[in-house]
Design a protein around this ligand. Structure first.
Ligand code: SAH
Length: 258
């Protein structure tokens, strides 16, 4: 059977370097769970290495019919664990009653949405690893004070320890993408955030709305409590606040509201 023809609108860039596929699959540590969901397996270059782990049950979700047919023919062991559909619309709890990891050489056009869906479903996702465009992987792992540190960094790192693992050159893909790629790993933090999740998200998003302005300026619309008006956080720009600082800031807002 012939190979899948790459479709641009689905973000298809097939990895042709098997050793990178193996390294990406092996970024997962498989501690405390036995299922893994690969997003966008394409022709299975990464899937084949997941399937070598006998103790692990591999599921894949693929939106492209042609790739699904290819996988059915080449990886019959996957059988009904090939889910044809859009990861972003997938009801994860209908498939997974227990913890599972998420992995992939992801479709780059939906990178942030994949990360946000993972955060929302963090109760079931102890580990996440895979390839994004380099800039997104870097942003997810960026620490405060860094130029790329932003909403994505704070929201991801509130719930996961993130590690940027290695950079991948464009020429190991067919067709080559325009940008470099980066492989990263996220391991869920087991301690709770310590503040209201919803308010935290609101404050982080508002805080970064205007990067160059102080927190005081950006959070005006949320109604800054009087007791907080002299707080040093308010004089800083959002990229100067660590994840923990945003948690503290949220707690201060909470205290005033209760
Ligand atoms: N993992 C393969 C393919 C990477 S290209 C490899 O490394 O070669 C990205 C893959 O994601 C494509 O197969 C594409 O069809 C699939 N994809 C794109 N959008 C998707 C979505 N919303 N849900 C699931 N899969 C998707």
């Amino acid at each position: 059977m012939s190979k899948v023809k790459a479709k641009k609108h689905l973000g298809q860039h097939f990895l042709i370097d098997e050793s990178i596929a193996q390294k990406t699959a092996e970024a997962l540590q498989f501690k405390g769970y036995q299922k893994v969901l690969e997003i966008g397996p394409g022709m299975g270059v990464l899937t084949q290495f997941l399937l070598r782990k006998e103790e692990v049950e591999t599921y894949v979700v693929e939106i492209d019919k042609e790739s699904v047919v290819y996988l059915q023919e080449h990886y019959p062991v996957l059988k009904e664990r090939i889910i044809e559909g859009d990861f972003l619309k997938l009801d994860l709890q209908a498939y997974f009653k227990e913890s599972f990891a998420v992995v992939g050489n992801f479709p780059y056009n939906i990178s942030s949405q994949i990360l946000f869906k993972t955060i929302e479903n963090r109760a079931f996702i102890p580990e996440f690893a895979g390839m994004f465009q380099k800039e997104v992987a870097e942003r997810a792992a960026a620490k405060h004070g860094n130029k790329t540190y932003g909403v994505l960094s704070v929201l991801v790192q509130a719930y996961y320890d993130v590690e940027y693992l290695f950079t991948v050159h464009e020429n190991v893909f067919n067709p080559p993408p325009k940008v470099k790629s980066g492989v990263m790993r996220m391991v869920r933090k087991e301690e709770p955030l310590g503040c209201d999740d919803q308010l935290f998200k609101t404050i982080v998003k508002a805080g970064f709305n205007q990067r160059r302005k102080t927190i005081r300026n950006s959070l005006k619309g949320l109604g800054i409590p009087d007791s907080l008006k002299e707080h040093k956080f308010l004089t800083l720009r959002p990229e100067q606040l660590s994840v923990q600082d945003f948690v503290e800031l949220t707690k201060l807002f909470e205290k005033e509201r209760s």
